[in-house]
Design a protein around this ligand. Structure first.
Ligand SMILES: *Cc1c(COP(=O)(O)O)cnc(C)c1O
Length: 434
């Protein structure tokens, strides 16, 4: 037991064949060590083919292939950059409002503030944990009444890979003529009714950070409708340079293009992306089977076969009445080192608690699992409960806040073996006081 290796939530995993290194070496050999080049274009072609394939809805049983879509993809330096440029391309600017899912990682909403706009946070529906369509419509109407303007964009998020209700969100967006920017950073390869996330809205965000479904070490992409829009995004991503022999600028641009080195890693990763997704789904299935009879622990799963999640992270909820070993000591100590495998503490805090935090049994289970060399972490804290957004409008129903108090992410990455899943479930059972 003592020589067990730490099991992390989701670690970067390269192809056995070394494809990533082959493409990176090619970049060095041909001296394309710049933020453009053959790997960038090749990666974009791979991504394009991947997001454009469609199958008939899984709900219909068989899966005949449908005619592919014709979306374009721009490779960028980060998913956060893709959110930023997607918002910009939707026309978001100073004084505007953007409806964004509250239950998300901060990269969905922070770029709204980069543009001088205000996020309007929308709470979740209990089934998918994603943007509640009813609250979205309520918010749109209420903002119009209060400010005289409709929100400039709608940002649903595929939390932990789970698709949002695409039909309803798109219908509401179309009804009011508001563009949708899908944040599919965690949902790369997830599908709704057979169609890949990121291709429903006007723009779609993908992320290839080190912990996502595939990695370029760091990177992202924006999915868009056609070559003209792609060109516009590209222009903004490369400092908005006008076509003169000297640097001439008529708009503010950004340095957001993907490096040809990173894109080489991405091309290699695209050869194993389907294996990664299949593995995450397999791990989810194992958790569902092994935790089915564990009282007080519920595995979060798709509400219907229309929602084909990649299960980037597997998540569970703990009944507040469940008692966990060490629970009386939860939150007694200020965090001084990394929670799990992350980058460590960059800015220390002087308190062990906040006014909105996971229940004691969740914190106790996290610590218990850490002691067993398993990384587990609370689900994302809703943005409308974050101090930095205390003044932002929010339309809430209590769903994301209550899930935050009981939810926990479990390891699901390519390195998590069947044996690891059995061990993790065994540890959870051991932690519960009966
Ligand atoms: C990771 C992530 C992003 C941003 O991606 P980066 O590539 O890390 O910049 C955006 N939104 C969500 C929900 C994410 O989880």
């Amino acid at each position: 037991m003592t020589d067990r290796k730490m099991i992390y939530l989701c670690l970067a995993h390269m192809s056995d064949e070394g494809w990533e290194q082959k493409y990176v070496k090619e970049a060095f050999d041909t001296n394309w060590v710049v933020p453009l080049g053959p790997n960038v274009y090749g990666f974009e072609e791979d991504l394009k083919a991947f997001v454009n394939q469609r199958v008939a809805s899984l709900a219909s049983g068989d899966m005949p292939t449908l005619s592919p879509l014709n979306k374009e993809v721009v490779a960028l330096s980060a998913g956060t950059a893709a959110v930023h440029l997607g918002l910009l391309a939707c026309g978001v600017g100073q004084g505007d409002e953007v409806c964004v899912q509250s239950f998300t990682f901060c990269a969905s909403s922070h770029p709204i503030t980069y543009l001088g706009a205000t996020p309007v946070f929308i709470d979740s529906e209990p089934t998918t944990w994603n943007m509640d369509p009813d609250l979205l419509e309520k918010a749109i109407l209420d903002r119009k009444e209060k400010t005289g303007k409709y929100p400039k964009a709608i940002v649903p998020v595929a939390l932990y890979g789970m698709p949002y209700n695409c039909d309803r969100i798109m219908a509401i967006a179309n009804k009011y003529g508001i563009p949708v920017l899908e944040d599919a950073a965690e949902g790369f390869g997830s599908r709704y009714k057979g169609q890949v996330l990121g291709t429903f809205g006007r723009y779609g965000v993908l992320s290839f950070n080190g912990n996502k479904m595939i990695t370029t070490s760091g990177g992202g992409a924006l999915v868009c409708d056609n070559a003209e829009l792609k060109n516009k995004i590209l222009w903004y991503a490369t400092q908005a340079r006008e076509a003169y022999p000297y640097y001439q600028h008529e708009a503010i641009g950004y340095n957001y293009r993907m490096s040809n080195i990173c894109a080489g890693i991405g091309r290699g990763q695209m050869k194993i992306v389907n294996d990664h997704i299949a593995h995450h789904k397999h791990v989810q299935k194992m958790y569902e089977d092994l935790l089915r009879d564990v009282e007080g622990v519920t595995v979060h799963s798709a509400p219907s076969p229309d929602y084909d999640s990649n299960y980037w992270l597997c998540t569970i909820c703990l009944d507040p009445a469940l008692r966990i070993q060490g629970q009386e000591n939860a939150y007694k100590e200020v965090i001084t080192s990394a929670v799990g495998g992350a980058a460590g503490v960059i800015r220390a805090v002087d308190s062990a608690t906040t006014d909105c935090q996971p229940n004691d049994n969740v914190e106790a289970l996290r610590l218990f699992m850490l002691d067993k060399k398993v990384e587990a972490r609370p689900v994302w804290k809703p943005m409308h409960k974050q101090p930095v957004y205390r003044n932002a409008p929010a339309y809430v129903n209590g769903v994301s806040e209550s899930i935050f108090k009981v939810g926990m992410c479990l390891p699901a990455g390519p390195y998590v073996s069947d044996d690891d899943v059995r061990y993790i479930v065994q540890c959870i059972k051991e932690a519960i006081i009966r």
